[in-house]
Write a protein that binds this ligand. Sequence first.
Ligand code: UDP
Ligand code: MN
Length: 250
Amino acid sequence: SGAPPKPAELLTADDVFVSVKTTSKYHRGRLELLLDTWIANDLQHVNTVMLLCSRGAHLINTNCSAAHSRQALSCKMAAEYDAFLDADRKWFCHVDDDNYLNMGALLRLLSQYSHTQDVYIGRPSLEHPLEATETLSDAKMRKVVFWFATGGAGFCLSRGLAIKMGPWARDGAFLSTAERIRLPDDRAVGYIVGAMLGVGLTRSPLFHSHLESLALLTRVHEQVTLSYSKDERNTINIKGPFSVQQDPTR
Ligand code: UDP
Ligand code: MN
C-alpha cells in the first residue's frame, strides 16, 4: 500500500552478476530447464549469468569436487565470489540450479538500495540467528551469533559489502573461513557478513526456496526467486498451457 519506494539507483540487468551453482549430474535435468526459461528471457544480458561447473559459453568449470560436501560447496561459492569481484558489476546474486529468477522483480528490489552501501539481502531460513562455534588461531573456541540468507532461495550482496568481505573471502580465503566455522557455503557468507563485519541481513519475502510450501504462494509474478522440489511435489500453483505431466516443475 502507499506509493512505491523511490528508487535509490536506476539499474539494468547488466549491473547484476548472477551465478548459478550447479553440478554435472544436474546439467540435463535442471540446467536445461533454466536455459529454456529465465536464462533465455535474459539472453540479451547473458553475461549476467554464470553457470558453474558446466560446459560451453559463460560457464566456469570450477574444478571443485563434484561431491555434495561442505568443502565442495564452499569451493563453488569462493569461485562465484571471486568471479564477481573480477567483473564490473554493482550487485552479486547467487541462486541454485533449482531456482527461477525473475530479473525484473530483482532489479526493482535492488533499485531501492545503493550498491556502494553494505547490503546483504535474502530470506533467513531460521526464525532466529544461527549460533556457531568459531575456532580462533590459538585453537581457542568462541561462540558467534549471526543471521544468514538461505542459499536455496537466492541472495544478493552489494559490491560495497562484497569488497569489505575480501579478507575472509578473496582468493581462496573463503574456504579457510568456512572451515574455521565448519559451516556450509551460505552460512559461511552470513558468518563473514554478520560476525566479521557486523552487517545485518535485509530480509526479503520475495526470495523462495523449496523449504517453504510453494503452493501457498500468491502474486507469483512479483516474486524475485521461485523454486521447486519434484520429490516432495512442492511447486508453485500456476495455471498455464502445460499440464503437470508436461511441466512438473511449473
Ligand atoms: N549441488 C552441488 N553439488 C552436489 C549437489 C548439489 O553443487 O554434489 C548444488 C546443486 O546444483 C544446487 C545446490 O547445490 O544448486 C543445492 O542442491 P539440491 O537442490 O540438490 O539440494 P537441497 O539442499 O536444495 O536439498
Ligand atoms: Mn534444492
